[in-house]
Design a binder for this molecule. Sequence first.
Ligand code: SF4
Length: 354
Amino acid sequence: MMRDTVKNPTLRNNWTLSEVQALFELPFNDLLFQAQSIHRQHFDPNSVQLSTLLSIKTGACPEDCKYCPQSNRYDTGLTVEKLLAVEKVLVEAQHAKDSGATRFCMGAAWRSPKKKDMPYIVSMVQGVKALGLETCMTLGMLTSAQSKELNKAGLDYYNHNLDTSREYYGEVITTRTYDDRLDTLENVRQAGIKVCSGGIVGMGETQKDRAGLLVQLANLPTHPESVPINMLVRVEGTPLANEEILDSFDFIRTIAIARILMPESHVRLSAGREEMNEELHALAYFAGANSIFCGKKLLTTALPAADKDMALFDRLGIKKEALQVEQCDDQVEGQLLDQLQLIENDKHFYSAAN
Ligand code: SF4
């Protein structure tokens, strides 16, 4: 699907802060009607894309993101894990595919990947791609050369969130700048990888900051193909553990406005789903969210069990979005599956980090 604003003049990347703030001020029903109307022009309104996220390297991150249990600056009781073996990642990817996921996202708690990590990362991308899944990674900051290397390996998407507005950013992270983040997004885009970028709400920011975040995302030269909207998960031990809970309707407003500003992007209902009831999920889908992470965990925080999601889909008449990537060659896939079966039965995974 083409999202280039030059080729598709109905897409805008010149939103002003005041225009977006005015959307936040609309009566709730008017806003949702507008979002749903736009959603229907660009997507099947009863279809939601499923992604699975696996933490391939957990904790001990040198960055200081105040919401994150993986930062080495906060005592959250998290069990640190080195980079997973490639074989183990591929077994998990196969499980995700069997559960209906079409995209497999792999996340590492790094400032940025080191040279020694890249061969493992490349093998993971190649292996997951060979299973016929879309591939996505989130590894921290990427250089232009790293982005090109990952594109060559077959990486479809790279996640790198802007997190919040430029103005509020310094309240949340001090170890990398807003421009560092924009540089990574640019490197990824230039390398030909699709961009996944969104933010987190409920971190004590104002409505103006939420508008500012969405303006930044929507005014990128090309809209991110995926826009995750996360509700802060208040993890004990992080500086934001006692942050006030954001009003649910403000969360839904943020999703609706993301849908209006970036009509062809998948808006993803991401972290915080465990604390959202079914009615809030349904409202988020109505507001234009059309992607979720499924599975047991979103990196290190819990997600609703996949069967709970599927039961809600049934009740709402929602179907899973079909895979949009080319399926891999049957013979190659068969061989890989045989190999994975052997590894899985063995259970003695080689640790790439040793
Ligand atoms: S959000 Fe990412 S970069 Fe920030 S501390 Fe967590 S793992 Fe590190």
